[in-house]
Structure formats: structure tokens, C-alpha cells
Design a binder for this molecule. Structure first.
Ligand SMILES: C[S@@+](CC[C@H](N)C(=O)[O-])C[C@H]1O[C@@H](n2cnc3c(N)ncnc32)[C@H](O)[C@@H]1O
Length: 223
């Protein structure tokens, strides 16, 4: 499981260049993945949405723009990432550890977490904490990397473990943070295992939408 102080230091060190690195390394695919997430969120017609591990605010800002009637709060434990989110126009930010949110029970109707849960020290504890702040019948959306199956698996692993850390090191000055990315993707539960994890944490009706042959996935579930 990831070490929170390592994760905090890694994201603090890359905050200024994180947005550029993200878009370049995914060749812009992350923008399309967030657009798919917003289509799902729009179906739920939320009033209050908490974007957990919001980082520099990409998903929260996209919701804020696409669904202006929704009150969007972005939370993260890394101040330098939140500062970038605020500068980019995210209206409501909250510095907090996602494993222990300083928020009342049942205070949001949608919770989202994009590329964040994978970095947390205990996935089950985090998922239960997200459920606590959701209303009964609320929705959770998790967007994260998974692993493509079949012919793409080998070349993708080569890219992930050998090519990406070098390019990312060049862009952000911290290639080691991206060595960790590959390791965290390999050990993050995916597909059926992730749906089972959601159910074991008290969620119902888990769904999975694979993106780009399974390189990433959108998981949803209800409280
Ligand atoms: C890869 S970034 C994702 C940022 C954003 N959601 C996106 O889609 O670009 C992961 C974020 O998770 C945050 N994070 C990791 N563990 C956390 C925790 N326990 N509590 C709050 N934030 C956490 C990091 O600080 C970082 O900003």
C-alpha cells in the first residue's frame, strides 16, 4: 500500500508541472476520460459534489464548467496541488486527508475520485469514508488506471515502466514519482476485483466502463 508521506512529497514536488505532464503523457486521453465521467455525473443530477484527491482540480473544474448548477468542492491533502486548482478557478477547496474527511455524514450526493484512490494507504478504509459523507442513494465515481488485456498488455507495460518515467522525469524533474505510478497501477485492484471491493465496503450496483482498451476505467456504485 502507498506510503502517505511519500505520496504527499511526490505530488508537492510535481504540482507546478502536473497538468502539462498529465496531458502530454496520456496524449490528451485524460481529457476525454474526464468528459466520459461528466456524462455519467450529469445523469445523476447532483446538487453537491465532492471531488476527492482533486489535485490541480482537473475533474472538479470540468464539472464546475459543464454543470454550473452543481456546488463542487475539491479536496486534497497536498496544499501545492490545491493552490494550483484555486489559481485555475476552482471555487471551493478543502485541505484534508481523504481517509478522514472533516465533513458531516451524508453531506454530498455525489463523490468522485480520479487517479487518487490508488495513491491512498488503505483502499477499503477510504471507500468507507467516502460512503460516510454520501447521502443514502448517493453515487460514487472512481476514474483510475487499470490494465489492458490481450495484445496491448505487453507494449503498455513497457511504456508504463520504462518509457513514461523517463519522459515524465524530463518534464517534471521527478522521474521517481513516475516509477511509483507503474507500481501503483499494477497493485491497484481492477475489473471484477474492484467491483467486489466496492461491494465489501457497502456499495451496491457497481458498474465498470473500460476506457482505451482498459488502460483506464470508470467505476460507479451507489450507497
Ligand atoms: C494523480 S493526482 C490526481 C489529481 C486529480 N484528481 C486528477 O485527476 O488529475 C493524485 C492526488 O491524490 C492526492 N492524494 C493522495 N492521497 C491522498 C489522501 N490520503 N488524502 C487526500 N489527497 C490525497 C494527492 O495529493 C494528489 O493530488
Amino acid at each position: 500500500m502507498p506510503d502517505p508521506s511519500y505520496v504527499h512529497a511526490a505530488f508537492s514536488s510535481i504540482a507546478a508541472r502536473y497538468v502539462t505532464a498529465n496531458h502530454l503523457l496520456s496524449l490528451g486521453a485524460d481529457i476525454l476520460w474526464r468528459a466520459r465521467a461528466i456524462e455519467k455525473i450529469a445523469e445523476w443530477r447532483p446538487h453537491r459534489l465532492l471531488d476527492i484527491a482533486t489535485g490541480t482540480g482537473d475533474l472538479a473544474l470540468a464539472v464546475q464548467r459543464a454543470l454550473p448548477e452543481v456546488e463542487v468542492v475539491g479536496t486534497d491533502f497536498c496544499r501545492p496541488m490545491l493552490d494550483v486548482a484555486a489559481k485555475r478557478g476552482l471555487r471551493h477547496i478543502l485541505e484534508a486527508d481523504a481517509m478522514n474527511l472533516p465533513l458531516p455524514d451524508a453531506s454530498f450526493d455525489v463523490a468522485t475520485v480520479a487517479f487518487g484512490l490508488r495513491n491512498m494507504a488503505d483502499y477499503a478504509q477510504a471507500l468507507r469514508e467516502f460512503r460516510r459523507i454520501l447521502i443514502p442513494g448517493g453515487h460514487l465515481l472512481v476514474l483510475d488506471f487499470s490494465m489492458p488485456a490481450g495484445l496491448l498488455a505487453r507494449p503498455y507495460r513497457l511504456y508504463l515502466h520504462h518509457v513514461l518515467p523517463r519522459i515524465a522525469g524530463f518534464i517534471t524533474g521527478n522521474g521517481a514519482a513516475y516509477d511509483y505510478l507503474g507500481e501503483s497501477i499494477e497493485s491497484f485492484p481492477r475489473d471484477k476485483a474492484f467491483s467486489e471491493l466496492l461491494e465489501s465496503c457497502g456499495y451496491s450496483m457497481p458498474t465498470r466502463l473500460p476506457l482505451l482498451s482498459g488502460i483506464a476505467s470508470i467505476y460507479t456504485a451507489q450507497t
